[in-house]
Design a protein around this ligand. Structure first.
Ligand SMILES: *Cc1c(COP(=O)(O)O)cnc(C)c1O
Length: 400
């Protein structure tokens, strides 16, 4: 049994492709093309050279000495925060735009919440000279002013979405609607391991460069190519999928995921879908969803805009159901404290999303020689205002 996708596009009972009939042929076409394309020599050559020279890969694997001493283990940080555009998302958008070009598509669309995926998509569209339309909830357009300006500067057209609450799920609905109207010439670049098959698998493969590098770097640094623990945060699940990809069927490696608890997984103000969700269909996949008893989507709430999604990748729903992964729900205050801690102990200001993974460290019990690899999915420059506004959550580190 494998925890990777099966030949029907499922992870256990999760996954599949539940799309409107008008998209059926488009999704089938992508499903039939993506594996051969991604594995082809020409694709790999261009993809790997862009990852090296444009993104700045390999990202370092850094032994965090002061954090290791604090948590009684050997803690290595996988530094996705050092990538061009500041997070792991660019690994995926570069891969998908190369695929779009190969499939002869003329136009790119994307959804975005906080704007991180929108910026990563607008970036590769500028690079490849392709027109780019980004759907973003109207509320998010207001809240994420800087990223909106970045996307515009990169040449993307932003379409604010006023339906629903004007946030990520509404933007996604609108992007799917656009795709339905232009299935032949448009490629939809999805930002995480969500959506209909083959997207979750395709995005996981494009992010799997993270665990491929971890393997090589660990072998070099520790003499052993696997860790005892892998830790990552989950919104839709792409940085976590990339971190665990080459280890997911290796039971020597324990997997720890951190989702956004918001004000608490049971508080009604949460984005902890694995804890608070139930089986449903969202954006083309059968997965855990936060919903009311009659199936209306419940808005996700978290201090971290990048984890604010009412669904979860089908791969991760299955890992949790089969107990392959331990999943913590991390509340806003725990994440903020963890971000301050990394800042003070290692001189690295992490993204709020990544801080959720860091906040799982105090909940663990390690042996001193355990090798722990934790992915820092992004940098915290975009979150500095939030950190300062929530200094009271920083505990012993907030006194300045
Ligand atoms: C978008 C984002 C996430 C969450 O997305 P995943 O698909 O779950 O990885 C995490 N960290 C950062 C820095 C992000 O920008």
């Amino acid at each position: 049994m494998s925890y990777l996708v099966d030949d029907k596009g499922f992870y256990g009972e999760y996954g599949g492709a539940y799309v409107p009939e008008i998209l059926y042929a488009t999704v089938e076409h992508l499903k039939n093309e993506y594996l051969e394309a991604i594995e082809s020599e020409a694709f790999q050559k261009e993809y790997m050279s862009l990852l090296r020279d444009y993104v700045g890969r390999p990202s370092p694997l850094y032994l965090a000495r002061r954090m290791s001493a604090k948590y009684g283990c050997r803690l290595y940080l996988k530094r996705e925060d050092l990538n061009h555009t500041g997070a792991h998302k660019i690994n995926n958008t570069i891969g998908q735009i190369l695929l779009a070009k190969r499939m002869g598509k003329k136009r790119i669309i994307a959804e975005t919440g906080a704007g991180q995926h929108g910026v990563a998509t607008a970036t590769v569209c500028a690079l490849m000279d392709m027109p780019c339309v980004v759907y973003q909830g109207a509320l998010d357009v207001q809240r994420q002013h800087t990223n909106v300006e970045r996307m515009k500067m990169l040449g993307a057209e932003i379409r604010p979405v006023t339906s629903g609450n004007g946030t990520l799920k509404d933007a996604t609905n609108e992007a799917i609607r656009d795709w339905c109207c232009h299935p032949a010439d448009t490629f939809y670049i999805i930002g995480s391991t969500v959506g209909p098959h083959p997207y979750p698998d395709m995005v996981a493969r494009l992010q799997s460069i993270i665990s491929k590098e971890i393997k090589e770097q660990l072998a070099e640094k520790t003499g052993r190519d696997y860790p005892d623990y892998l830790m990552a945060c989950v919104g839709g699940g792409s940085n976590a999928a990339g971190t665990i990809y080459h280890y997911v069927d290796d039971d020597r490696v324990k997997i720890v995921l951190a989702e956004a608890g918001g004000k608490g997984a049971d508080s009604g103000h949460t984005a902890a879908t694995i804890h608070a969700g139930s089986l449903g269909i969202l954006h083309g996949a059968r997965t855990l969803v936060m919903q009311t008893s009659d199936g209306q989507i419940v808005e996700a709430e978290s201090i971290s805009a990048g984890l604010d999604y009412p669904g979860i990748g089908p791969m991760h729903a299955n890992l949790a159901a089969k107990r392959r992964a331990t999943v913590f729900s991390i509340n806003d205050d725990e994440a903020v404290r963890a971000a301050y801690e990394l800042t003070r102990l290692e001189g690295i200001i992490p993204a709020l999303e990544s801080a959720h993974a860091l906040a799982a460290l105090p909940k663990m019990q390690f042996k001193t020689d355990d090798v722990v690899v934790l992915t820092v999915s992004g940098r915290g420059d975009k979150d500095v205002e939030t950190y300062l506004a929530n200094k009271e959550m920083a505990g012993e580190y907030g006194d300045f």
